[in-house]
Design a protein around this ligand. Structure first.
Ligand SMILES: *Cc1c(COP(=O)(O)O)cnc(C)c1O
Length: 474
């Protein structure tokens, strides 16, 4: 007589004793163990069996699922190995999106990373002299050539550049800033707090809307160490306003033997208006105007990796470089390699709008984007039907990352509306889009989910996922 068929006894439900032992499961999955080793596979097998046992006790486990145990285990192992930091599709319409990683690296920067990060390199080795070198020298000449500066250095990000610049140049004394420029960048980076952290005493001059040259002049005392200008990158004061330009301020600072530092935030190494984009102040202009130090970001309009660039006079940059905090804020070899390759692209300005992804996306024409939106419309409409309707619409993109906050770029995309007209349904769609293997990030505005196609350069990345989207919505 054969053993009684338990499925007859328990129907299609499985009970705890139907579960294989850990050893049996691992034997059944010998190939998986051979590939990944015992530790990870056994950990996941334990987790899998614990979960199934709990469901079996609750009478919720189907016998069918036991047959699929090896596949379930393999899927768990794969999921554990998949990084949580992933690529997404940025259809928000904001090109330099801080939450989505800001600037996309150029191919040249990626190639340089691949080549340099898997082998030893001359990060701090002087190949001519055959001895210890300085990582700053790898990019200093190039940065000086591009900006006209006498000297340059780089740190971890622009926030670090500002902090370090103030700490090194104000030297525990007073730093004068206009009230109209006491900005908060976000992430708790507020100018008054940065001053305190840098050991400088903030001296505010002028008013929120108007600051004059005499305000600075009258605030200068023997205790003053530095005058700071901050580009109001993420807001604009309009109406009855006046600010003192770097060109007006430099003679005032220098007459008192004080350095003038300006924080540009994004900054741009080329004239953005030449590309039909809103003008953004350039470090080279600020140096010409007489600034001793200019700081700006590597991953905003510059289009490179996270970095803080510091350019200026030899005397000022040398003080910054020697300041002890510099060592703690220095740039690592990864961004340094990517930054050098990115900066070299600026030697060929005619090709920049092709070579630099950020500039390529910012200069994409509306007609081109609108054609893409119309092309995608039928497939997207089919995927979200019948609960949603879709139309191709004109949209306004933003540059992002605090650059030029009031300027908009004419763009286009798809607007998705819930047929039942309720906001919750739209949230469910946004959630389903974020749940795709390459999450799609749009924006909800006026009861519509908007997908701005400006940053979609490979439409197949979206269309290939529409089947899964339809399933998720079913
Ligand atoms: C963005 C910004 C910063 C900070 O730059 P990070 O590179 O993000 O550290 C500082 N100042 C201004 C004016 C900015 O716009």
């Amino acid at each position: 007589m054969s053993a009684p068929d338990e499925s007859v006894v328990h129907g299609s439900k499985a009970v705890p004793k139907d579960l294989p032992s850990l050893d049996k499961l691992l034997r059944d999955c010998a190939l998986l163990v051979a590939e990944h080793g015992h530790t990870l596979v056994a950990n996941e097998a334990r987790g899998l069996l614990d979960g199934l046992r709990a469901r079996a006790v609750a009478g919720q486990l189907m016998r069918l699922e036991l047959d699929a145990l090896p596949q379930s285990l393999a899927a768990r192992v794969q999921a554990r190995l998949r990084p949580v930091m992933r690529v997404v599709l940025n259809l928000t319409g904001t090109v330099i999106h801080t939450n989505l990683g800001r600037a996309l690296l150029a191919d040249a920067a990626l190639a340089q990373l691949l080549a340099l990060m898997t082998a030893p390199n001359n990060l701090e080795f002087d190949l001519d002299a055959g001895g210890r070198g300085d990582r700053d020298t790898l990019i200093e000449a190039l940065l000086c050539e591009l900006t006209g500066a006498e000297a340059a250095t780089v740190v971890n990000n622009n926030a670090a550049a500002v902090l370090l610049g103030i700490a090194a140049l104000a030297g525990g004394r007073e730093a004068i800033v206009s009230r109209g420029e006491l900005v908060e960048i976000g992430g708790a980076f507020r100018m008054p707090d940065v001053m305190t952290a840098a050991g400088a005493t903030l001296v505010e001059v002028g008013t929120t809307n108007r600051t004059h040259p005499r305000d600075y002049e009258q605030a200068i005392t023997p205790r003053t160490g530095l005058i700071v200008k901050v580009h109001t990158s993420n807001y604009q004061v309009q109406g009855f306003t006046s600010a003192v330009s770097e060109a007006e301020l430099a003679p005032i600072a220098h007459a008192a033997s004080l350095p003038l530092m300006t924080d540009l935030g994004s900054g741009a190494l080329v004239d953005m208006s030449a590309y039909g984009l809103p003008a953004e102040p350039m470090p080279q202009q600020m140096l010409k105007a007489g600034c001793d130090v200019v700081t700006f970001s590597g991953d905003k309009l510059l289009g490179g990796p996270q970095a803080g660039l510091i350019v200026g006079s030899r005397a000022a940059v040398s003080r910054i470089r020697k300041y002890p905090m510099k060592r703690a804020l220095r740039l690592s070899k990864l961004p340094l390699a990517a930054l050098e390759a990115t900066l070299r692209l600026y030697l060929r300005p005619e090709r920049l709008a092709q070579d630099l992804p950020t500039l390529r996306l910012l200069t994409r024409g509306q007609a081109d984007i609108a054609a893409l939106a119309r092309h995608l419309l039928p497939d997207v409409a089919a995927a979200v039907a019948p609960r949603f309707t879709v139309e191709a619409v004109a949209l306004q993109s933003q540059i992002g990352s605090g650059s030029l906050p009031v300027e908009r770029l004419p763009s286009a995309g798809l607007a998705i509306t819930a047929v039942d007209g309720r906001g919750r349904t739209l949230e469910a769609l946004a959630t389903a889009l974020r749940g795709l293997s390459r999450p799609v990030i749009g924006r909800i505005q006026d009861d519509r989910l908007l997908l701005d196609m400006r940053c979609l350069e490979e439409p197949a990345l979206l269309t290939a996922q529409l089947g899964l989207l339809k399933e998720a919505l079913a």
